[in-house]
Ligand binder design. Structure first.
Ligand SMILES: Cc1ncc(COP(=O)(O)O)c(C=O)c1O
Length: 474
């Protein structure tokens, strides 16, 4: 068994779980959602029935019935003497849990590959003989790719030397390396809330405490709260997505960046700027420059701008930090494949050609999603964005989790709002990526439209009769 969650922590993570009757099924659904979203890791010991019942002001029989339902659906197992433990869920992309075979996966926001990619791969593969005569991987990154990346930063007005670049296996790898290098179990890290969930996981895996800077689709970054958080929490780092923030789609203004920079400098905190979504404007234009100062660490990737399957990302940082990251790396991996790096070096130089096509693809997915949502859900709040990967949609009832579970049974995989919060919350939000083909998006929205009235009708607290009925199940 790996870890245990207290009754109090579980009740916080569950948030607004009382979404349907009977109560024990609503509780089981809340825990199911935490397992599916990976907010409750596999092999986590759940609280004893009596403790959870006390924390949630329920009868022990209701919790026992919820655990029984979770055992029946394969989400937990209960072993005599060691309580109830969560079970691993099928990895994303392998679940065939649907009535009608293959489903629609809107959990990932991964655009299709840039159409010219296959040609670039063929060209590079034609030179394979020279590549396979070498070890084929390296821990810092090929000079050719680091020069291409450094030139791109320099052209943007951020003079960069190839020694200030580390090539990684995607941006998530970069986030993991940087957080591991900069955080200790005694540190605090500021993250936007809502945020990119895997960045929050990387922070938590260091033992550091994540603290939120609120961002909304309407008002952007709450700068007062941000300045306060830098002053009070004295964070070691702040992880920010200033362009087309995932999931809100907001971008910072130059003034926002100046405020963040000044607050970080006063607190002696490192700004970690994730640029993975920076090149995704619908206009095809390069991102507007934002001044985060010379000591900001920047993380990027070709995952969204060209293709997630390349697994090539990078860190731009001062030489000392690059050296520390290189030293950390061999514990987990021995380097990035040279074949992918050779492909990436060509692609980085072609980005000005690639961006307009990406813009077209994203805009058509966005338009299809917005019009399907407007027709099916006129009372949902669909934000206006001018780039990025997804819409952070405001529902007209705080039932994101129930809708996600119901949709899952009908073959549509989505991530619920609370997955993007640092401590749950956001039950009234759903992240809808517009990166799937428009036809799939329209089908998914029509499934949601068919389910929503039942999800809403199922909400409310248990009646007295149902409380008695569940109390009888022991
Ligand atoms: C903001 C952000 N950062 C990092 C990543 C991870 O990127 P990569 O696929 O390069 O690891 C993603 C992927 O969704 C993302 O949205």
């Amino acid at each position: 068994m790996d870890s245990r969650i207290s009754a109090r922590a579980l009740s916080v993570s569950l948030g607004g779980w009382r979404t349907r009757n009977p109560t024990y099924e609503a509780l089981a659904d809340g825990i199911r959602l935490l397992c599916l979203d990976n907010r409750l890791a596999a092999h986590t010991a759940l609280p004893a029935e009596r403790e959870l019942a006390a924390a949630l002001s329920l009868s022990r029989a209701t919790v026992a019935a919820a655990y029984r339902s979770l055992r029946a659906s394969g989400h937990i197992e209960s072993l005599r003497g060691s309580g109830s433990v969560t079970l691993p869920q099928p990895p994303r992309g392998t679940s065939r849990i649907f009535d009608g075979g293959a489903g629609i996966d809107l959990q990932q926001a991964s655009p299709a590959a840039w159409p010219g990619l296959a040609g670039v791969i063929s060209d590079v593969a034609a030179d394979a003989a020279s590549l396979v005569g070498r070890p084929g991987f390296d821990i810092v990154g090929s000079l050719d790719l680091r020069v291409a990346l450094a030139d791109r930063y320099t052209a943007r007005g951020l003079p960069t030397d190839p020694d200030e670049i580390l090539v990684t296996n995607g941006a998530q790898h970069a986030i993991h390396l940087v957080t591991t290098a900069l955080l200790t179990p005694r540190s605090t890290a500021l993250l936007e809330t809502p945020t990119y969930p895997h960045a929050a996981e990387a922070v938590r895996s260091t033992g550091a405490r994540p603290t939120g800077i609120p961002v909304t689709t309407d008002a952007g970054w709450d700068l007062d709260r941000a300045v306060q958080a830098f002053r009070r929490a004295r964070p070691a780092l702040a992880y920010l997505m200033p362009w087309f923030q995932n999931p809100t789609g907001r971008s910072m203004t130059p003034g926002d960046a100046v405020t963040m920079r000044a607050a970080a400098e006063r607190a002696d905190a490192t700004l970690v700027i994730d640029e993975t979504t920076a090149d995704l404007s619908f206009s095809g234009a390069a991102p507007h420059e934002l001044d985060f100062g010379p000591s900001a660490v920047r993380i990027g990737s070709l995952g969204k701008s060209v293709w997630g399957g390349l697994r090539v990302g990078w860190v731009r940082a001062d030489r000392n930090l690059v050296r520390r990251l290189v030293e950390l790396r061999p514990r987990r991996d021995l380097g990035t494949p040279e074949l992918e790096q050779a492909i990436a070096a060509r692609l980085v130089r072609m980005l000005p050609l690639i961006q307009p096509q990406r813009a077209e693809l994203l805009r058509s997915g966005h338009d299809a999603t917005v019009s399907a949502l407007a027709e099916a859900f006129p009372s949902w709040r669909v934000p206006s964005v001018d780039g990025g990967l997804c819409l952070w949609v405001g529902l007209d009832a705080p039932l994101s989790g129930s809708l996600v579970l119901a949709a899952r049974r009908r073959g549509v995989l989505l991530s619920s709002g609370p997955r993007f919060g640092l401590d749950g919350g956001y039950d009234g939000y759903l992240r809808i990526p517009f990166t799937a083909p428009p036809e799939e998006i329209r089908r998914a929205v029509s499934v949601l439209a068919a389910l929503w009235p039942d999800v809403v009708a199922g909400s409310g607290a248990a009646t007295a009769d149902e409380r008695e009925a569940t109390a009888a199940i022991v």
